[in-house]
Design a protein around this ligand. Structure first.
Ligand code: C5P
Length: 236
């Protein structure tokens, strides 16, 4: 008898790489565990992601030696799973995708979001899903650049870059789970440097879309970023 398989509606999985050590913060702990308005940075990040209400689950990649993560109440949230982090950010993302191999479909969406971006809004997550859900490849939140950009050699300017075609990549970055896993696997096998998920797909000749994000979706990188994040989080 002819079997007609009903198409499955793709689900959304959150992937949160959180295995970095945050060297530029020069703090006593990785930046995702620094205090911010009475919680840790990563608790804000995950609470804001969960508020989007779109998830089949969220996988957090943490270092196996991480002493902070198991103590956070949110680590026991029913939608939150833990996978082992890797050497580079891309390895952490890859491990989280591998963790999902038995429960997710290759056609499901993976939305990768840095643990160190606590000011993500539920509305940005929902908006990017609405915008990208019928795209074959997917895309990323990004911001147009407003400063004039210089190419520099040593301490001297060698050129001014046309900024009209330059955008800053933010997260979440949203791709088909299977395609992203294979793109990261290939990039690792070829020794290619990928600092975000989009670059792994670009290496395969694909052209992810951009969705304009909010300027307050900053990544905690330097100590002064914490005060700015606190200011943004307190806005109504
Ligand atoms: O260091 P950077 O700010 O680029 O890190 C971005 C995100 O990737 C952070 O949330 C960090 O914890 C994560 N990361 C990771 N595994 C690594 C390095 C970074 O999950 N090996």
């Amino acid at each position: 008898m002819l079997q007609i398989s009903t198409p499955v509606t793709p689900r959304c999985w959150g992937i949160v790489p959180a295995a970095g050590v945050g060297k530029r913060m020069a703090a006593d702990r990785p930046k995702q565990y620094l205090p911010l308005l009475g919680k840790t940075v990563i608790e804000h990040t995950l609470e804001r992601l969960l508020a989007a209400g779109v998830w089949a689950g969220i996988v957090v990649a943490v270092s196996p030696e991480d002493p902070y993560w198991p103590d956070l109440p949110i680590a026991g949230h029913p939608l939150i799973h833990t996978a082992p982090g890797g050497k580079e950010r891309a390895d952490s993302v890859f491990n989280a995708l591998e963790y999902l191999q038995n429960q997710a479909h290759d056609e499901d969406w993976a939305l990768v979001h840095d643990a160190a971006r606590p000011c993500i809004t539920a509305s940005d997550v929902q908006r990017m899903i609405t915008r990208l859900q019928h795209e074959p490849v997917g895309g990323i939140l990004a911001l147009p650049v407003h400063d004039t950009l210089k190419r520099v050699s040593g301490d001297a300017i060698t050129a001014t870059i046309d900024r009209s075609t330059i955008w800053r990549a933010l997260t979440p970055q949203m791709f088909r789970l299977g395609a992203l896993r294979e793109a990261l696997r290939e990039a690792a096998a070829n020794g290619s440097l990928v600092t975000d998920e989009a670059s792994a797909l670009e290496l395969k000749g694909l052209q992810p879309k951009i969705v304009e994000g909010r300027p307050d979706n900053l990544k905690i990188t330097r100590p002064e970023d914490l005060a700015l994040a606190a200011f943004y989080l307190e806005q109504p």
